[in-house]
Design a protein around this ligand. Structure first.
Ligand SMILES: Cc1ncc(COP(=O)(O)O)c(C=O)c1O
Length: 379
């Protein structure tokens, strides 16, 4: 028997009480059975997002939310700035270009975080920027971008909206939507909220709703103004994914009973223990200056392919972590500590990495990293 451990940065494990809530018989999405559930989820998402604004619920993966964030607030020919420091930064550029926006990229070396000063300078020098697009946690590199500083900069430019892909950062990082002034922020269900794939969430500020009125890009399935009107009646525009929304209600209740600050603290602690344990066995972090609390990206040691570590973890030990994507493929491997994640997930991951590395001929004293993680996670 090979017991499976899911330690990837999405999909992430789903707690049994959430799974069970989704096993209930199907209810009708326009009925009195369902409307209170959607009402509860709507409020729960506002709590998680730390916003009084609408948080739309879409039946799609996170990328659907990213697409909707482009075609509901912008026009063909609009000039936007994309912070591109990884696979998902690239995706912002691809989506914007697909809709005819003009993209000015601020490229960030993979593994590094964007310099807010550079963003400020670009915005000062460039006339007519309609939006700034960024990732909070760039999952492909394990980097956290300083959204608080970016929001402070974009706030100074009345015409620009700040659009944040928080698909892997939500729950792992304290993102203060209203306090910082994030205009549009996207989340996805298969990450921090401990749910299967299939839902995207998008918060929309008042400033962004004003902009939505003048967006002429084609839209049908992702029509955010229609979604907002439906949401005010605890409905969605089309058939609601009732099963997933029920599950989300359960998972949000779990997070609520833990407490928002405690949720962030847990992620910070698990991420810290992972980084320290990994470094104690002589490996280097890929994201050194600003690591994400959702996922740790690790440089594979000289002479060992990162994909081999990932594959051996999975095939021999049942641990599904992640390899590298795009140009980081082969160079890194990644371990998530996101969502339904606790101390023994970190200890399992570190133990697995040690065992795989030893078998691959890397000089290691088994238990070194595990001991470091245990010390940090005591109590
Ligand atoms: C930062 C980030 N953006 C976007 C996506 C894409 O989300 P999805 O695969 O749910 O469409 C992911 C998924 O891994 C992600 O981590």
């Amino acid at each position: 028997m090979l017991k499976r451990y899911l330690l990837a940065p999405g999909p992430t494990p789903v707690p049994s009480q959430v799974l069970l809530s989704m096993a209930k018989p199907i209810i009708h999405h326009r009925s009195e059975d369902f409307l209170p559930v959607l009402d509860s989820v709507k409020k729960g998402l506002q709590w998680l997002y730390q916003t009084k604004n609408d948080v739309l619920i879409l039946c799609s993966t996170g990328t659907g939310g990213m697409v909707g964030a482009v075609n509901n607030f912008f026009n063909k020919g609009d000039l936007v700035v994309v912070i591109n420091g990884g696979k998902f930064g690239e995706r912002w550029t691809e989506i914007c270009r697909a809709y005819g926006l003009k993209v000015k990229e601020i490229t960030v070396e993979w593994g590094h975080t964007v310099s807010p000063e550079i963003v400020a300078r670009v915005l000062e020098k460039t006339q007519g920027v309609k939006g700034v697009f960024a990732q909070a946690s760039e999952t492909s590199t394990g980097v956290y971008h300083d959204i608080k500083s970016l929001a402070a900069i974009v706030r100074g430019h009345d015409d620009a909206l700040l659009v944040v892909d928080a698909i892997s950062a939500l729950v792992a990082h304290d993102l203060k939507t209203d306090k910082w002034g994030i205009d549009i922020m996207i989340g996805g269900s298969q990450k921090g909220v401990m749910m299967p794939p299939g839902l995207a969430f998008v918060s929309v500020s008042e400033k962004a709703w004003v902009r939505a009125q003048s967006s002429r890009l084609p839209k049908f399935y992702f029509n955010f103004i229609k979604e907002r009107d439906n949401l005010s009646r605890n409905q969605t525009n089309f058939t609601s994914p009732v099963t997933l929304i029920r599950g989300l209600n359960e998972s949000l209740n779990m997070l609520k009973s833990e407490g928002l600050q405690q949720v962030f603290k847990r992620h910070k602690r698990l991420a810290h223990a992972t980084r320290m344990a990994i470094q104690s066995i002589g490996l280097d972090l890929y994201a050194r200056e600003s690591p994400s609390n959702a996922v740790t990206a690790i440089l594979s040691p000289k002479g060992i392919d990162g994909q081999t570590i990932y594959k051996n973890l999975r095939q021999k030990y049942g641990i599904t972590a992640a390899g590298g994507q795009g140009k980081a493929r082969g160079i890194i491997f990644r371990i998530a500590h996101l969502g339904y994640s606790d101390r023994f997930d970190v200890i399992t991951a570190i133990a697995g990495v040690e065992m795989v590395l030893k078998e691959l001929g890397y000089p290691i004293k088994l238990g070194t990293g595990v001991a470091v993680a245990e010390e940090l996670l005591l109590g």
